[in-house]
Design a protein around this ligand. Structure first.
Ligand code: ZN
Length: 443
């Protein structure tokens, strides 16, 4: 029999167990009961598992962070609320260290310090750091301004530090696309037989807009498979540049018209050639995304004044203009040239007797009266070597020496002289030689 048995049997025999033994017994019972206790790990109010000791959880969170750093190279933090509550889970509900780490990876929001780019208060892109954001904005600035210096954004562009979920961070190229919206460009692939007009009308746009968006596309050289840009959205940012430029500009000359009665009506002669002036201009050129939107003239210095152009404008209605018009509107019944073995020295225009006959051009009446086969005849000298004849008239309305303007009514048509019916015989003579009037007439 062992010592413990002896003590126990002695104690059991003893009807008055000392209170100290009872207290010891109660304490052992208590220990046995509480050895089944553990802690529930509660993340934002939700139990994710059970652990024996709180320190295990801290260690598992640190391991989870280490894992993310090895995977993404980023230092993460978490702002979730982690609490521990006493619980009595079943033995198989208690998590080991590796299981606990996985549970945390699943349930914690691992935040990483990042930089958020805002344009006019609107969140556009998230990048990994303020310096990455600054570099990206600088690159975009130089890209949109075409490299011009002192560029600035028209919009309010801000970079704010923020803790974000790892997955929210964009790569540099994706962030650039968000700012430039280059990923929203819509394009069309040319098919056999397509014209720009077809493409424009099928896509609710205009040929002009397509040509502006695709300056390199020549319709005739368009090939199936070519890409046509249909729409280019405006970038989220507008880069403004202001450059001062100095350049020479022509100064246009004025034109002064001087009436001149020595010239036929409406005939013009340049009396003095105009000469453009020249000025030196200093201007501020404002561009948005490389496209000029304003030009502010800062200074102008005249290098040479323009010389006005002086033009003489004819007012004399009775001088020949040099262009003949039909004296009557009639049917051409006989052409110039050979006719029945004889030379026909003009053209015949059939018109009813009494039709108004108009001067074919401005000039001076040099003959009025009866003249053999012509019957009643008018001759007008146009002063430029040309004389016109109007024959077979019924009534003459001008007299010798009258000055007539082109279109003035000089007579009424008739059927006098050698005719086979009422008509106007019209001749054009150059230095006395009959010409074919049809080569001179215009209506
Ligand atoms: Zn005739």
């Amino acid at each position: 029999m062992g010592t413990w048995d002896k003590v126990m049997s002695k104690m059991l025999k003893d009807k008055r167990l000392p209170p100290i033994i009872l207290a010891l017994f109660a304490f052992l019972m208590f220990l046995g009961y509480f050895s089944g206790f553990a802690y529930a790990v509660v993340v934002d109010g939700e139990t994710i598992g059970y652990v024996k000791q709180e320190t295990q959880a801290e260690k598992a969170i640190a391991e989870a962070k280490k894992y993310i750093k090895s995977k993404y190279g980023l230092e993460v933090s978490t702002s979730n609320e982690v609490e521990f509550k006493r619980a009595r889970p079943k033995a198989d509900e208690i998590l080991g260290q590796e299981e606990l780490k996985r549970a945390f990876l699943k349930s914690l929001d691992f935040k990483v310090a990042a930089a958020v780019i805002y344009v006019d208060g609107k969140k556009i892109a998230v990048v990994e750091s303020r310096s990455a954001a600054e570099k990206l904005l600088d690159d975009i600035k130089s890209q949109l301004s075409g490299g011009a210096g002192n560029a600035y954004f028209k919009e309010k562009v801000e970079i704010k530090d923020a803790d974000v979920n790892v997955g929210e961070i964009s790569s540099e190229s994706a962030a650039a696309s968000m700012l430039l919206k280059s990923d929203q460009m819509t394009t069309y692939i040319v098919k056999q037989g397509d014209t720009l007009w077809d493409i424009a009308s099928a896509n609710n746009t205009t040929v002009d807009r397509l040509m502006a968006l695709n300056p390199d596309v020549k319709e005739k050289a368009m090939q199936p498979g070519d890409t046509i840009i249909l729409d280019k959205p405006k970038p989220a940012v507008t880069v403004v540049t202001k450059e001062v430029a100095e350049y020479e500009m022509p100064i246009p000359f004025d034109v002064e018209n001087v009436e001149d009665n020595s010239l036929p009506i409406r005939v013009t002669r340049v009396k003095q050639q105009g000469v453009e002036g020249k000025k030196q201009v200093k201007a501020e050129i404002v561009k948005e995304n490389g496209v000029e939107v304003a030009r502010n003239i800062l200074e102008e210095k005249i290098i040479s004044q323009p010389v006005k152009k002086i033009v003489r404008v004819g007012t004399n209605r009775t001088l020949a203009s040099g262009v003949f018009s039909y004296p009557v509107a009639g049917v051409l019944t006989s052409r110039f040239g050979q006719r029945w073995g004889r030379e026909h020295t003009g053209v015949d225009l059939a018109v009813p007797i009494g039709t108004k006959v108009k001067a074919s051009d401005g000039g001076k009446v040099i003959f009025t009266g009866r003249s053999g086969g012509y019957g009643l005849l008018v001759k007008i000298d146009h002063g430029n070597g040309y004389v016109t004849y109007y024959g077979h008239l019924s009534k003459i309305l001008v007299k010798d020496g009258d000055r007539v303007a082109k279109g003035d009514v000089i007579a009424l048509s008739g059927n006098t002289g050698n005719t086979t019916g009422p008509h106007l015989h019209f001749e054009v003579r150059k230095n006395g030689v009959p010409q074919n009037p049809l080569t001179y007439l215009n209506k």
